[in-house]
Design a protein around this ligand. Sequence first.
Ligand SMILES: Nc1ncnc2c1ncn2[C@@H]1O[C@H](COP(=O)(O)OP(=O)(O)O)[C@@H](O)[C@H]1O
Ligand SMILES: [Mg+2]
Length: 343
Amino acid sequence: MNLGVATRCRYLSRDLVFPQLSPEARADAWLSRQFEKSFEVVRRLKSGGMGELFELEHKRLGRRCVLKALHAKHRSRHDLAARLENEARVLSSFSSPRMPAIYDSGTLEDGRPYYIMERLLGEDLCASRGVSRENAVRIVSELLLALELVHGAGFVHRDIKPDNVFLTTQGRVVLLDFGLARRTRDELRMTRLGLTLGSPRSMAPERHGDSGGDERSDLYAVGLVLYELLAGCGPFDDVGASVAALRAAHERRLPKPISERLLVELPSRLEQVLQQALAKNPLDRFASAREMREALVNASSSLVYDEPTFVETDPLGLVRDEPDELPGSYAFETQWASSSTEG
Ligand SMILES: Nc1ncnc2c1ncn2[C@@H]1O[C@H](COP(=O)(O)OP(=O)(O)O)[C@@H](O)[C@H]1O
Ligand SMILES: [Mg+2]
């Protein structure tokens, strides 16, 4: 079937059916019609690099969930469609509160793949810079627990960055966006030869090379998340957004210690953890997510730490309205108390 022609015809009919609406509202109305049997499309949530996300409500169950579809601008990108399908498969192989639960997946009428997942309440870490250092350590320690599961199942994530880590209003840390995930020892590369996929700001030096990186590249990216949560900015933000400049900085520049940057005392062992995580040579980094997590917890023992436990107060996704207070005042179930920090 010539999907291109079929797709164009559908757009034509979509424009004819909703002529009075703006292009975006027309696209949303069209999407609503796709799911009208079971779901109401409540609102557009976000547009990421690869996907468009919508909040849905199940008509009979009243449960809210999130639909992630391949972004309309990538409609003809079969490689990205394959990635989104792969993402849904990888995510559904986990059964853990550290990743979003997947409920369904399929293909929209215009050929774009989608999946439906648990709706999370809260914010991704992009909105959470400036959290206390205790919370920064707790969040990253939970992120490492998630990564331990991912690596243990034989995957590398390859796109760890603040946008892809979600902090729920109940303090749960959830790892999102497995669009670049691949099997650790996968021979079948989804990446076209010579094409590096990822976020240059968050990529370990070796991610630009032929191997595309491994578990230790994920740990480097976790180091960057920790740095950013503690410092309020990435170590190389001053170089700008050019891929070449960011790559050169990750390859050659040493990140400024946080205590120097912020002129505050930070436990020196915490700086050492950052240094090791952000080592240029992957072999100088932590060998595993568990090793890094243990080092992090030990390094921050002067910040009183309890094992994180969360209680999800909205396990069925039934809460309709956003809570009054969002970021800045997360109700952590974890017991944290700040004690004096060592130099
Ligand atoms: N299940 C969810 N519930 C609520 N918000 C979500 C959920 N999944 C993703 N998001 C939000 O949408 C953004 C984009 O999602 P993501 O899966 O990262 O898409 P992309 O592949 O386009 O980057 C995330 O950064 C996060 O803020
Ligand atoms: Mg993302």
